[in-house]
Design a protein around this ligand. Structure first.
Ligand code: GSH
Length: 233
């Protein structure tokens, strides 16, 4: 049985992590108060290691004394436990829910590796290929957005939903990637829907307080990836 909605809620995680943003947005949608137990990148707390012994990654949601791991599983859990609060994050229609899960999986399995590929590429050729992959994924996601939003602001329709949370958590990192590499992924001409969507997403009350400033994220990125991006063609 799911835990009672009244038990204490804690999130283990660091502010720059896109994955940590996901449950924080979901909790904001449900107006659930939580404590953020800040994890430092590079050193893992005992509580994190104990709470996520398999992957040892953030975020972990601790509800009462129960740990829940994996960001999108946590989002689903929050939607289930606080079902009557805020709005539904997962569509109630089973088919729409499966489509939302499909796109969330695509975002983590295909889009995110291409974004990371840009930062981690060792030479110009690798970087070019990663940029091309990211642009292709943006094109695919633009189509998905046009289909699922049905003329509304978000993938989820009028309100932020499952796919918005899955993709939206990367907006800050996408902006950092654009700045560090002199490229444009949110391109009004090529992906007009996604470009407007990103602005609406970042302006939403449930997102504003957890979306890191691009400059702060950039400083953090320089520390982990180095200040000089690999050469481009
Ligand atoms: N699939 C995981 C990914 C979580 C993840 O990669 N977290 C990173 C922070 S952004 C982490 O904890 N990294 C530490 C490590 O890999 O040891 C999720 O969605 O929760």
């Amino acid at each position: 049985m799911a835990g009672s909605g009244s038990e204490e809620v804690k999130i283990l995680g660091g502010w720059p992590s896109p994955f940590v943003m996901r449950p924080r947005i979901a909790l904001n949608i449900k107006s659930v108060k939580y404590y953020l137990l800040e994890e430092t990148f590079g050193s893992k707390s005992e509580l994190l290691l104990k709470s996520n012994p398999i992957y040892k990654k953030m975020p972990v949601l601790i509800h009462g004394d129960k740990p829940i791991c994996e960001s999108m599983i946590i989002v689903q859990y929050i939607d289930d436990v606080w079902a009557s609060a805020g709005h539904s994050i997962i569509p109630s229609d089973p088919y729409d829910a499966s489509i939302a899960r499909f796109w969330a999986t695509y975002i983590d399995d295909k889009f995110f590796p291409s974004l990371m590929g840009i930062a981690k590429s060792k030479d110009a050729e690798e970087k070019k290929a990663a940029i091309e992959q990211a642009i292709a994924a943006f094109g695919i996601l633009e189509e998905a957005y046009q289909k699922t939003s049905k003329g509304k602001d978000f993938f989820g329709g009028e309100k932020i939903g499952y796919v918005d949370i899955a993709f939206g958590c990367y907006v800050g990192w996408i902006r950092v990637t654009e700045k560090m590499n002199g490229i444009k992924l949110f391109d009004e001409e090529k992906v007009p829907g996604l470009t407007k969507w990103a602005e609406k997403f970042c302006a939403d009350e449930t997102v504003k307080s957890v979306m890191p400033e691009t400059d702060a994220l950039m400083e953090f990125a320089k520390k982990i990836f180095g200040s000089k991006p690999p050469p481009s063609n």
